[in-house]
Design a protein around this ligand. Structure first.
Ligand code: NAD
Length: 320
């Protein structure tokens, strides 16, 4: 039986990835600095460890018999734009330490295959409608935030360790990912979850504040499509970074309208100044498409799964 270590398994995407690996028949150890907030871990074993510490990375990777066949590194000090712009030092410090120590430990302990979760935040800001950028066009680099710079550094470091130690490295640059069992409140939530929460909190006909003017262009990838892409990429021979994203581009205004439609409420928006992030990102999915990956869940359906889950969280929190 193949054995996988999933770092960040107490979080959103890795929590879903553990379930996918279990469905595929692997034995899975999850590791995170905290337990999963919303669901018991589906992992066979869950270790609570701070992966900024080298000894904890080695402990996470230590098995009684042999080594892990696969390591998925999704642990990061992570959040939506509000967090990314207010916690620049924490992100660069904490996520870099996790990546430095986990990559070093995995390579030197003989892990054959290593996945790193990067982000489309490595790309520069774009104007809506600009031609799609390929993975190679991330360089010369100009990410608009420090989170993207840390990801670029970690991508290169992981590839350097791969070359030196013969470790197969697979890197995905995730587009915005959303779905149930992700952070929905507290300041780290991303736009789809934040808007679902705000809509769930107001009465029919109410007004919600949203950062920006609604014209920023985004694409949102549903979490089940994301974990399918991770699994496919990890088991492919595709070297170098590969974007994984749904090619359905929408404005933030359209995102709000989709959430309102799913909720059945009439919603007014008060556009307010805030850390919106880039105006647009428009990138090619040809590399992940070459493996046969296609998104199956588009925005309306994905919000149809996500909104009821967040609405239930809002109701449960109010009842406390
Ligand atoms: P998340 O915050 O839900 O999960 C990250 C997990 O890492 C958390 O559970 C956190 O506790 C854990 N972690 C942080 N510091 C740690 C430490 N020192 N030791 C051990 N665990 C630690 O975020 P997510 O959305 O599931 O993101 C997973 C990965 O995907 C991250 O690398 C993130 O940068 C990347 N990513 C996510 C998105 C998105 O839209 N969600 C987009 C691009 C890239």
């Amino acid at each position: 039986m193949k054995k996988a270590l999933v770092c960040g398994a107490g979080g959103f995407i890795a929590g879903h990835l553990v379930k996918k690996l279990k469905r595929e028949g692997l034995w899975v150890r999850g590791v995170d600095i905290k337990p999963h907030e919303f669901a018991p871990s589906a992992a066979d074993e869950f270790l609570q460890l701070d992966l900024r510490e080298p000894a904890n990375c080695r402990a996470a990777l230590t098995l009684g018999d042999g080594t892990f066949d696969e390591v998925y590194q999704l642990a990061a000090d992570m959040g939506g734009m509000g967090f990314i712009h207010s916690a620049e030092c924490e992100i660069m410090h904490n996520s870099a330490l996790v990546n430095i120590h986990m990559t070093h430990a995995a390579a030197t302990m003989g892990v054959p295959r290593y996945f790193f979760s990067s982000s489309v935040c490595v790309y520069r800001d774009m104007a809506p409608g600009e031609p799609e950028m390929t993975e190679a066009q991330a360089v010369p680099a100009n990410p608009d935030n420090e989170y993207g710079w840390e990801k670029l550094y970690a991508e290169r470091m992981t590839q350097a360790y791969g070359r030196r130690f013969g470790m197969q490295v697979r890197i995905a640059r995730f587009q915005n990912c959303y779905g149930p069992e992700g952070t929905w409140t507290g300041g780290r939530e991303k736009a789809p979850a934040a808007i679902c929460r705000k809509v769930a909190e107001v009465e029919d006909g109410g007004t919600i504040p949203v950062w920006g003017d609604g014209t920023a262009v985004r694409s949102y990838t549903y979490v089940s499509d994301m974990v399918e892409g991770i699994y496919l990429l990890m088991h492919s021979e595709l070297e170098g970074a590969a974007n994984i994203g749904c090619p359905q581009y929408v404005t933030v205004k359209e995102l709000v309208e989709t959430v309102a439609e799913v909720s059945g409420k009439r919603i007014n928006v008060r556009w307010t100044p805030g850390p919106v992030g880039v105006q647009s990102r428009n990138f090619s999915n040809e590399r992940i498409y070459s493996l046969g990956w296609r998104p199956k869940v588009f925005l309306k359906e994905g919000i149809g799964h996500t909104y009821p889950w967040i609405e239930a969280q809002v109701k449960a929190a109010r009842a406390k």
